[in-house]
Ligand binder design. Structure first.
Ligand code: BGC
Length: 513
C-alpha cells in the first residue's frame, strides 16, 4: 500500500512501513473520535434554522426571521444568544484541552479518548432532553469537554501509531470521520426538520450519543501508543505493541528512537515552561499559527451556518438544508483526495494548491453576493444565480477539505518532540477552539456589518496563510516522528533556532554518521 513501501530508510536507519491490519483497525477505531467533533459542527447549524427550535428557545430571533421579506437579509439572524448556543461548546473545549494534555501525558492517549467519549455521552443526553436554554447550553458545554479530550488525544494517537510513510493517510482518518460526522448531522437535520409536532431537533441533538458510544467503547479496546507506553515506563509493553502494529520483529531502529526521545523527555520537568525555549520556537509557531489560520479560512461560516446562510441568500427552508447536505458531501469526498495524496505529494503541495483555490472561490462568492444584495442587503436571487453561488461555495469547501481541513490537525500533531507533544497539541487545540468560538460568535454580526465584504476578509487571510506555508513550513512527509527535529535544523529560517546540537541524541548520532 501507499506505493508498496515496506521498509523506509532515513539517515541510515530502517523503519518498517507496512500497512498492517492491526495498525489499520486501531487507527480506524481511534479516528471515530472525529465523529463526535463533526457531529457537533453539523448539528447546531441545522437546528438553529428550524422554526420549531427557534420558537421554543429563541422566540425573538424567530419573530425577526419571519418578519417582512424585504428587510436587510444580512441581519435577520443576528442574535448573540443564538450564536452562544453554537459557540459555547468551543469555549469549554479549549479550557478542557489543558486538563486533557495532562491526562494524555500521565495516563496515556487511550484514557484521554475514553474521557472524551463519556462526557460527550452525558452532554448529548442533556441536550436531547432540554426544556430551556440553560439545559441546552449546559449540554453544549459537556459536549465541549468531550471534544477537548478527543481532539487532544486522537490526532496524537494516530500520528504515533502510524508508520512514517503512511502517517498522513492514517492521521487524516480523523478528519474524514469529522466530515462524516458533519454530513450525518446535516442529513439528520434534513430528515427531522419535517417531523410533525416540531420535536425533530430532539432526535438530532440526542443522536450525538451514538458517536459518543462508539469512541467510548472503542477507547476501551485500544492499546496505547508505544511512544506513550515508553514515556510512562512500560518499555516491554511498548515493544510488543510496536512489533504488532508494524507486523515485524525488525523494529530496532524505531524502538531506539523512541527510547532516546523518552530519555530526553524524562529530563524535562515542565513541558509548559519548556515549550517556550528558543529551540522549540518553530514548533510553538506551528502549534499556534496552523490552527489560527485554519479557522481564518472562514470554513465554519459554511459549516455552522450553511442553512442560515442559504436562507439569508434567499433559498426556502428545505432547499437551504439540502444545500448544506451538498456541501457536506463535497467536504467528505474531497477529504479522500488528501488521504490518497498526502504521503505522495506532501503537505506543502496540498496547502499551496488548496489555499489558492479557496482564495479564488472566496472572491467569487463575495462578488456574487455583493452584486445581488449590494450593501443594503435587499434583493432576490434567480435560480441559476443561486446554483452558480452554491457551485463556488462547493469549490471552496473542496479546497479546504484537501488542504487546511486535514492538515490543520495533521501538521501540529506530527511536529512536536515527545517531551512537549501533549503540551504542544493542547496549544493547537486551544487556539483552534478559541478561533472557532470567536468566528462562531462573531459571524452573524460580521455578516450584518461587513455584508458581502466578509468573504473578502477571509480571502485576504488566505493570502497571508498561503505565503506563510510557502516560506516557513518545511515538508514533513515521510519523516519518522521522533526524527522530526532534523527537519527544522535544515530549514533556511528555522535553522537559526534549532541547531544540530538541539537534535535529540539518537538523531544526532544518525546525522553525524
Ligand atoms: C476544522 C473544523 C471544521 C471542519 C470542517 C476541521 O478540520 O477544525 O473547524 O468545521 O474541519 O470539515
Amino acid at each position: 500500500m501507499a506505493g508498496g513501501v515496506v521498509v523506509q530508510t532515513v539517515g541510515g536507519k530502517t523503519y518498517p512501513g507496512r500497512m498492517t491490519a492491526f495498525v489499520f483497525f486501531t487507527c480506524l477505531v481511534a479516528s471515530s473520535g472525529g465523529l463526535i467533533f463533526g457531529y457537533d459542527i453539523g448539528i447546531s447549524g441545522g437546528v438553529t434554522s428550524m422554526d420549531s427550535f427557534l420558537r421554543e428557545f429563541f422566540p425573538s430571533v424567530y419573530a425577526k426571521a419571519k418578519a417582512n421579506k424585504d428587510m436587510n437579509q444580512y441581519c435577520k439572524f443576528d442574535s448573540q444568544l443564538l450564536t452562544l448556543f453554537t459557540s459555547s461548546l468551543y469555549l469549554s473545549a479549549l479550557t478542557t484541552s489543558f486538563v486533557a494534555a495532562w491526562v494524555t501525558r500521565v495516563f496515556g492517549r487511550k484514557w484521554s479518548m475514553f474521557c472524551g467519549g463519556i462526557t460527550f455521552l452525558a452532554g448529548s443526553a442533556l441536550n436531547g432532553a432540554a426544556t430551556d436554554v440553560m439545559m441546552l447550553i449546559l449540554g453544549r458545554i459537556l459536549l465541549g469537554v468531550g471534544v477537548g479530550f478527543a481532539n487532544q488525544s486522537v490526532p496524537l494517537y494516530l500520528s504515533e501509531m502510524a508508520p512514517a510513510n503512511l502517517r498522513g493517510m492514517l492521521n487524516i482518518g480523523f478528519q474524514l470521520m469529522t466530515t462524516i460526522g458533519i454530513l450525518s448531522a446535516n442529513l439528520i437535520n434534513y430528515a427531522t426538520s419535517s417531523i410533525e409536532g416540531g420535536w425533530g431537533w430532539r432526535i438530532g441533538l440526542g443522536l450525538a450519543g451514538v458517536p459518543a458510544l462508539i469512541i467510548t467503547l472503542g477507547a476501551l479496546m485500544l492499546p496505547d501508543t508505544p511512544n506513550s507506553l515508553i514515556a510512562r515506563g512500560y518499555a516491554g509493553d511498548a515493544k510488543r505493541v510496536l512489533v504488532k502494529i508494524r507486523g515485524t520483529d525488525d523494529v530496532h531502529d524505531e524502538y531506539e528512537d523512541m527510547i532516546a526521545a523518552s530519555e530526553e523527555a524524562s529530563a524535562i520537568e515542565h513541558p509548559w515552561r519548556n515549550i517556550l525555549a528558543r529551540k522549540y520556537r518553530p514548533q510553538l509557531t506551528v502549534a499556534v499559527l496552523i490552527p489560527f489560520f485554519q479557522q481564518l479560512t472562514g470554513i465554519n461560516v459554511i459549516m455552522f451556518y450553511a442553512p442560515v446562510l442559504f436562507l439569508t441568500i434567499g433559498f426556502a427552508g428545505d432547499a437551504s438544508l439540502m444545500s448544506a447536505v451538498i456541501t457536506g458531501v463535497v467536504n467528505m469526498a474531497a477529504t479522500v483526495v488528501s488521504i490518497v495524496t498526502v504521503d505522495r505529494l506532501g503537505r506543502r503541495a496540498l496547502f499551496l494548491q488548496g489555499g489558492t483555490q479557496m482564495f479564488i472561490s472566496q472572491v467569487v462568492v463575495g462578488t456574487l453576493i455583493g452584486l445581488q444584495f449590494g450593501t443594503t442587503g435587499v434583493g432576490e436571487m434567480s435560480r441559476s444565480y443561486a446554483i452558480l453561488l452554491v457551485l463556488f461555495i462547493c469549490l471552496y469547501v473542496a479546497g479546504f477539505a484537501w488542504s487546511w481541513g486535514p492538515l490543520g490537525w495533521l501538521v501540529p500533531s506530527e511536529v512536536f518532540s515527545l517531551e512537549i507533544r501533549s503540551a504542544g497539541q493542547s496549544i493547537a487545540v486551544c487556539v483552534n477552539m478559541l478561533l472557532t468560538f470567536l468566528i462562531g460568535q462573531a459571524f452573524l454580526t460580521m455578516l450584518c456589518h461587513l455584508k458581502f465584504g466578509l468573504f473578502y476578509f477571509f480571502a485576504a487571510w488566505m493570502v497571508v496563510m498561503t505565503s506563510f506555508v510557502a516560506l516557513f513550513l518545511p515538508e514533513t512527509k515521510g519523516v519518522p516522528i521522533e526524527e522530526m527535529n532534523l527537519v527544522w535544523s535544515r530549514h533556511w529560517f528555522w535553522r537559526n533556532y534549532v541547531t544540530i546540537h538541539d537534535v535529540a541524541g539518537a538523531n544526532r548520532r544518525s546525522h553525524e554518521v
